[in-house]
Write a protein that binds this ligand. Sequence first.
Ligand SMILES: Nc1ncnc2c1ncn2[C@@H]1O[C@H](COP(=O)(O)OP(=O)(O)O)[C@@H](O)[C@H]1O
Length: 189
Amino acid sequence: MFPERDIIKILKRKLSKERFEHTLGVAEVAGDLAKKYGGSWKKARLAGLLHDCAKGLGLDRLIELARMSSFSVDEYEMNLPPLLHAPAGAFLARQEFGVNDQEILEAIRHHTVGSPDLSTTGLIIFVADFIEPNRQFPGVEKLRKEVDKSLIHGVIAACNQSLEYNIKKGRIIHPNTLLLRNECLRRIQ
Ligand SMILES: Nc1ncnc2c1ncn2[C@@H]1O[C@H](COP(=O)(O)OP(=O)(O)O)[C@@H](O)[C@H]1O
């Protein structure tokens, strides 16, 4: 696996300026959340750095990478192109960046819609993607406060945000976001 500084150099070349800054923001917040909530700082940072490594690739390439990925890609993802950079990213993280740690790869693979059995690193990346400092959307401050309460409260609020946003947009909803929300609600009851 490459050292962090080499990964950052490659990402700077591959990603747009905004996406690169978002990536650094997610890595920073993910590291802080790992310290606060007992995850691995190193895994959280690496998963944060690499979570969007496939963002910006064309649809054909995304489909190709997602098909090659050892992670299964479901019908929702195959039919919703904005979701494909997650499984494609997990594939690239292993092939191009030499990441073999399953927890990091799964955090990347599930970062967009979530999954009911996410690890601590997976939960951290899922929320960090919403609250990193460059994110500005109505409700982001409220979401940051929920993350301050607990990681699980933060994940529930992030699922709510994502579900409400995608419903308002009239989109087909990937059910994993709802399953993750239910699982987290069960954990705090
Ligand atoms: N459960 C879901 N069902 C359908 N689309 C979703 C779901 N969750 C997220 N999305 C959509 O997936 C896309 C990619 O999300 P994300 O990777 O977080 O994008 P970005 O980092 O560019 O904001 C967004 O358009 C988002 O609305």
